[in-house]
Structure formats: structure tokens, C-alpha cells
Design a protein around this ligand. Structure first.
Ligand SMILES: Cc1cc2nc3c(=O)[nH]c(=O)nc-3n(C[C@H](O)[C@H](O)[C@H](O)COP(=O)(O)OP(=O)(O)OC[C@H]3O[C@@H](n4cnc5c(N)ncnc54)[C@H](O)[C@@H]3O)c2cc1C
Length: 141
């Protein structure tokens, strides 16, 4: 069989390329080694026994680089794409079961961090504050 293009790997870059080529009338063969497409941007069930039905993104956690042009060109909304704001955007889980959420609302975030870390040694609190500030700086860049 003849193909205009063969794409190896159905991650989001391969899928996007294949979609644009197919849209332009090219005959495309896409090969993926897994039984699910999406690559690092996949949403899948992690543990069917311990958490049946619980589907999560197993690598990428935020779609901050998906260009609006692609959403529009490929009519992704009509295929069910829905952008959901993550709030809290990040969570740190500790061995004792405590979870610190990084909320978009600064007061809420500080309260969450304070409630969990207030009983921790000052060094832990300081390390967590620095980590949160660095993450905040990175994501606002
Ligand atoms: C832990 C982690 C977290 C990340 N978080 C974010 C994030 O939050 N936001 C963000 O924008 N980016 C994030 N990234 C980066 C983002 O995931 C990558 O830039 C993106 O997945 C690259 O897409 P891709 O299609 O090029 O490759 P991939 O997503 O890696 O897809 C490659 C595909 O090729 C398949 N494949 C490989 N070899 C073969 C073969 N020989 N034959 C057949 N199939 C093959 C793989 O199974 C896979 O499906 C993260 C990356 C990692 C690793």
C-alpha cells in the first residue's frame, strides 16, 4: 500500500502532524507501539485494581503549550476538547498523609501550606516556601 507519510509515534506531535497532513489530503500511516495514543499527553487508568476507573495524565500535567491555532484548525472543541483550569495546580503529598495544595488564590495557598507545615521543623517550612516560590516564579515566566 502507498502512503505519502509514515509517522512513528502517536504522541501529540505525531497526532497533530498526521491530522494536518490528512487534512491536506495526504495518505498517512501512523504507527504506535502502545495500545493507546497520546504519548506523554495520555490520560489513562493507572491501577485498575487499586483505583478502578480513575484516569489521570500519567506524565504531562498542564496543557500550557497547545497553540490556539491548532485547536481551531483541527476543530478540537467539536471533538470534545474542554480546557479545565487546575486548581490547585499542584499538590505535594507527604508520607503522613498531609497534602499541601498550590491554589491560584494566594491566601488559600498560604493557608494550605501553613496548616500542614506549621508543626514541621523550621527547615522543612523554609524548604517548602522556597520550592513554592520557585515554582510560582517558573509558571509566571
Ligand atoms: C514527566 C513529564 C512531564 C511533562 N509535563 C509537561 C506538561 O505539564 N506540559 C507540557 O506542555 N509538556 C510536558 N512535558 C513535555 C511533553 O510531554 C512533551 O513535550 C511531549 O509529550 C512531546 O510530544 P511528542 O508527541 O513529541 O512525544 P511523546 O509524547 O513522547 O510521544 C512519543 C510516542 O511515540 C511512541 N513511540 C516511541 N518509539 C516508538 C517506536 N519505535 N514505534 C512506535 N511508537 C513509538 C511512544 O509510545 C509515544 O506514544 C512533560 C514530559 C514529561 C516526560
Amino acid at each position: 500500500m502507498h502512503y505519502d507519510a509514515i509517522i512513528i509515534g502517536a504522541g501529540h506531535n505525531g497526532l497533530t502532524t498526521a491530522a494536518y497532513l490528512a487534512k491536506a489530503g495526504r495518505k498517512v500511516l501512523m504507527l504506535e507501539r502502545r495500545d493507546i495514543v497520546g504519548g506523554c499527553a495520555v490520560t489513562e487508568e493507572v491501577d485498575p485494581e487499586l483505583a478502578p476507573g480513575c484516569r489521570v495524565s500519567t506524565a504531562s500535567y498542564i496543557a500550557n503549550m497547545l497553540r490556539p491555532t491548532i485547536i481551531k484548525d483541527l476543530k478540537l472543541i467539536s471533538y470534545g476538547l474542554k480546557m479545565v483550569t487546575c486548581d490547585p495546580g499542584m499538590q505535594a503529598a507527604f508520607d503522613d498523609g498531609d497534602v499541601v495544595g498550590w491554589w491560584s488564590d494566594e491566601d488559600k495557598m498560604r493557608a494550605s501550606a501553613h496548616a500542614t507545615l506549621v508543626s514541621a521543623p523550621p527547615s522543612t517550612y523554609h524548604a517548602a516556601s522556597v520550592a513554592i516560590s520557585v515554582l510560582q516564579w517558573i509558571l509566571h515566566c
